[in-house]
Design a protein around this ligand. Sequence first.
Ligand code: KG4
Ligand code: ZN
Length: 336
Amino acid sequence: MKILGIETSCDETCAAVVEDGRRVLSSVVASQTDLHRKYGGVVPEIASRAHLESLVPVVGEALEVAAVGAGEVDAVAVVHRPGLIGSLLLGVTAAKTLAWLHDRPLVGIDHVESHIYAACLEREALPFPCVGLIVSGGHTSLYACDGPRSQTLLGATTDDAAGEAFDKVAGILGLGYPGGPSIDKASERGSPKAVRFSRPWLDRDSFDFSFSGVKTAVLYHVCGHGAGAKTRPTDLTEQETADVAASFQECVVDVLVGKTLRAAEVRGLDRIIVGGGVAANRRLRTRFEQEAAAAGLDLVLPPMRYCTDNAAMVAGLAYHDVRAGEVAALDLEARA
Ligand code: KG4
Ligand code: ZN
């Protein structure tokens, strides 16, 4: 079964064709990073317009690379929630149009659930049951997962998502946009022990997260106590910047890895999967590899290209919905 997936929830126009839920025949991602860079963040209206321009060529390329016609796919799947409403509407409208035109089933996919599914792509066996950590620009959530369509939420962020904290701290330190990759890069030259930011563990038994305090601690550390959100440091050397970046990153990584391993222990699960844009972070990947091995846990870290937004995870997950008869009607709604 070949499924065409479309993902336009934020600032990447993505289309992919996946066979039988796991074999990726094509995955095309048109990034809008260059358009948003000068604003230091995603501008929703610009994102929508860019999706409008990119959607037809991106879907066309995904079909061409997979060597399948739009009328030959077995279903059309699309992310319809959550995300920027204008961006979502474009993907949803494109998917509905293709599904109606070629009389194919339509499948509506949740963006966060598709990030969990990224760990299933290009693997022989499905990695369930497991603990799943999803860390993206909009979410930081920990799940106990029994299957592609069966998850229990164990905890989530109470304020900033991990990726959001990376992006904001990169802004404070004057590092480039997008923030996550630039902190990842700057940290290479810095010491993770230079500054000891206190770890937001919250309650020992809690699987919730909170990163907004660490972000403020970074701001106060570099701009002085009581600095406003828009204050920027003026006299940080490159080494000091790298040290703060590495120390902040270590703090976030400690908490993400620590809580995920504890969730595995408490739930008696011996496998961990990680997904979402922050799962592309090299320090997070290394620490998970080290600590999962030390604890005797199986670890599934999807390749970087399936951590950040893509449509292969969407088309893959939809396979299970189609098989279960879970298809949407043409009045499927986009939900912010
Ligand atoms: O999953 P994603 O592509 O989009 C959302 O669903 O939000 O995640 C984007 C987030 C951004 O906050 C970005 O800064 C972060 O993932 N990110 C990273 C890295 N690459 C992307 N954060 C830390 N280190 C990275 N290497
Ligand atoms: Zn995402």
